[in-house]
Design a protein. Structure first.
Length: 336
């Protein structure tokens, strides 16, 4: 397992979303020294999108004592929505960032700040941060998934992100476990994302409640009687209160994830599997149950030896993901 250190300086980690740009100064102990957030302008032109990133970076200098932070920066790592090309740093055509089409983000930022810049997607960055500094530290091969509005995955083998031939590998959220299942936004049927993400949990609860009209439900109480207002968080709270519908929905979700992770084990046999994202806290009490169910979905007789851990990094995973990408890029550039 390759460990990356930055004893003599700082890197900047940047997390770009459809509505915000979060940036942080990260030191060699993987501590965020300063961070800032600013709005993203996804529907404007490419220059406006770039200006939003530059503004976030420059605002870090104002947070740093006595200014002069740019002299201490060794590199910049950016987590951006994809599709993108991590080899060239070109953002290709992300649905959530229509301002950028075949946009050379890494080159543009590098020209301004004169440091190495690396761009990758958010799940890959978070996976690398967990492998280097977080729950996956000390493990050689790491499988990471973030479960929230969608399901993203990252694979780190021997300390390096596995990108595949073109950089499009590790789209584990779009592995189908039911070819007759509901259609995912990607166009396929039965993807784990359309079955077990936060919105998917809410949608299945809504559908179940529609068939039980007239019956009382803690979920409905939390939603003030509006089925369409049901969220995955409400399902979680209702399950904790003993609501049978909520319990059924969560048990179904556990079954989906167990089947999916069983496929991951048979394909990769990682040293550890790490779950992050907003739904992770909901699933945390069921991690042992998921791992115990793996034997029913694996041909690997030693599947239950693989730890299933909660991610160390939460809302700051994008910043730390960018920082880990930057740190690894510095090492790679130094070896050339």
């Amino acid at each position: 397992m390759v460990q990356v250190a930055m004893q003599d300086g700082l890197v900047i980690g940047i997390d770009i979303g459809g509505t915000k740009v979060a940036a942080g100064l990260v030191d060699g102990n993987a501590e965020i020294r300063y961070q800032t957030r600013s709005p993203m302008v996804p529907d404007s032109d490419a220059a406006a999108g770039l200006a939003a990133v530059i503004s976030a970076i420059d605002s870090l200098s104002a947070s740093f004592p006595n200014g002069g932070v740019h002299n201490l920066i060794h590199g910049i790592g950016i987590c951006s929505p994809g599709p993108l090309d991590p080899a060239t740093g070109i953002v290709i055509n992300p649905p959530n960032l229509p301002c950028w089409r075949n946009f050379p983000l890494a080159t543009k930022i590098s020209q301004i700040y004169s440091v190495p810049v690396k761009v990758d997607n958010d799940a890959n960055g978070a996976a690398l941060a967990e492998a280097q500094w977080g729950a996956g530290r000390g493990y050689r091969n790491v499988f990471y998934t973030t479960i929230g509005t969608g399901i993203g995955t990252g694979i780190v083998l021997d300390g390096r992100i596995y990108h595949g031939r073109t950089g499009a590998a590790a789209e584990g959220g779009h592995l189908s476990i039911d070819y007759r299942g509901p259609r995912c936004r990607c166009g396929k049927r039965g993807c784990i994302e359309v079955l077990a993400s936060g919105p998917a949990i809410a949608k299945r609860a809504q559908a179940r409640l529609m068939t039980l009209q007239g019956l009382t439900s803690v979920i409905l109480d939390l939603a003030e009687g509006n089925i369409e207002a049901v969220t995955s968080e409400m399902v979680d709270k209702a399950s904790a209160a003993g609501d049978p519908v909520a319990k059924e929905i969560l048990q179904e979700t556990i079954e989906f994830l167990s089947l999916w992770l069983g496929n991951i084990v048979d394909l990769l046999e990682p040293d550890v599997m790490i779950i992050g994202g907003g739904v992770a806290s909901m699933l945390n009490p069921f991690f042992d149950e998921i791992r115990n169910r793996l034997s029913g979905y694996c041909i690997n007789s030693r599947c239950q030896e693989i730890p299933l851990l909660r991610a160390r990094y939460g809302v700051d995973s994008g910043i730390l993901g960018g920082a880990s990408i930057a740190a690894s890029n510095i090492v790679a550039v130094g070896k050339r």
